[in-house]
Design a protein around this ligand. Structure first.
Ligand SMILES: O=C(O)C(=O)CO
Length: 329
């Protein structure tokens, strides 16, 4: 079989499982560079601009923006962009739409892994891991009966912003924690919520009642800076903010002030703006914050599943079949 169609993979660290699917059907070109960090913005840009002319599909392995420049260089035969992520805020949707290019993402397969990180952040913030780890590193344990006390998840009210796959997976994982009440907010009530024991409320109610507030929504014009000075002021003093969505959901200056002034208790972030967060960023000076470097979906199994799904979307698109997980079709 001649593999006449060319597919470009944007990074050198796309899992072999996904490469295998692509190579069965297509001639696969792959960047020699990683599409993250400094290199992603420099060396990889040149590499992709050189490789993309004539490609029918682009597999996008990063959260860096897909530029008009790259799409221009591709040529009119580019049929699909397959982003290896659930979020697609970096994909330049209006530009793809205007050019009639399909877009797929990789939702659902990562919900369990991201939800695990949300729960880890809840535990890490409620039990003050940042301060406690610091004590261990310094060899100065404050082991008094009343020192460095945390908060209970048991009996608490957990509010979820965005009750899609990840939000629901968080609730499922927390069922063993004897949570007092689950609330969620979003565009509409979700049929799954009843079985999960979660109550639909508006954002204001969620803000004022939650002990833990978990952001599990995509970044859109509507959700950008959903947590800001005004919404933070509505939260409880003991509230803990968890973000596994995107850094831009949160006004980080307002969050810094709220944490510094103890207007809320703590924050646990798997996502920040920018990423990486500079090591001298003021958020990192706070004791009541626990930050991870965007590792929500970073397990071997989940990244394999994401890669295979992204590859299968390309196979379908280039064979005239419906996308498995379409964003734009
Ligand atoms: O897939 C995504 O969008 C993620 O951010 C995974 O952590």
């Amino acid at each position: 079989m001649t593999k006449s169609l060319k597919v470009l993979v944007s990074s050198n660290d796309f899992p072999e499982s996904g490469m295998h699917v692509l190579k069965e059907h297509f001639t696969v070109l792959q960047s020699r560079y990683i599409n993250f960090g400094e290199e992603g913005l420099t060396k990889n840009r040149e590499e992709l601009l050189n490789l993309i002319p004539g490609c029918s599909a682009l597999v996008w392995v990063s959260h860096h923006p897909i530029t008009k420049e790259l799409l221009d260089r591709a040529g009119p035969q580019l049929k699909i962009v397959s982003t290896v992520s659930a979020g697609y805020n970096h994909c330049n949707v209006p530009e793809l739409k205007a050019r009639g290019i399909k877009l797929s993402n990789t939702p659902n397969v990562l919900s369990a892994a991201v939800a695990e990180i949300a729960v880890a952040l809840m535990l890490g913030t409620a039990r003050r891991f940042t301060e406690n780890l610091d004590q261990v590193r310094r060899g100065e344990w404050e082991i008094g009966f009343q020192k460095v006390l945390g908060q209970d998840i048991a009996g608490s009210t957990v509010g979820i912003v965005g009750f899609g796959g990840i939000g629901q997976a968080v609730v499922k994982r927390l069922h063993g924690f004897e949570v007092g009440k689950f609330l969620y907010t979003g565009h509409r009530e979700k049929p799954e919520a009843k079985d999960l024991g979660a109550e639909f409320v508006n954002l204001d109610t969620l803000l004022t009642r939650s002990d833990f507030l978990v952001l599990a929504v995509p970044l859109t014009d509507e959700t950008r800076l959903i947590i800001n000075k005004t919404t933070l002021a509505k939260m409880k003093k003991n509230a803990i903010l968890i973000n596994v969505g995107r850094g831009e959901l949160v006004d980080q200056d307002a969050l810094y002030d709220a944490l510094k002034n103890k207007d809320i208790y703590a924050a646990g972030l798997d996502v920040t703006s920018p990423e990486p967060l500079p090591k001298d960023h003021k958020l990192l000076t706070l004791p009541n914050i626990f930050i991870l470097p965007h590792i929500g979906s970073a397990t071997v199994g989940t990244r394999d599943s994401m890669a295979v799904l992204a590859a299968k979307n390309v196979v379908n698109a280039l064979n005239g079949k419906p996308l498995l997980t379409p964003v734009l079709e």
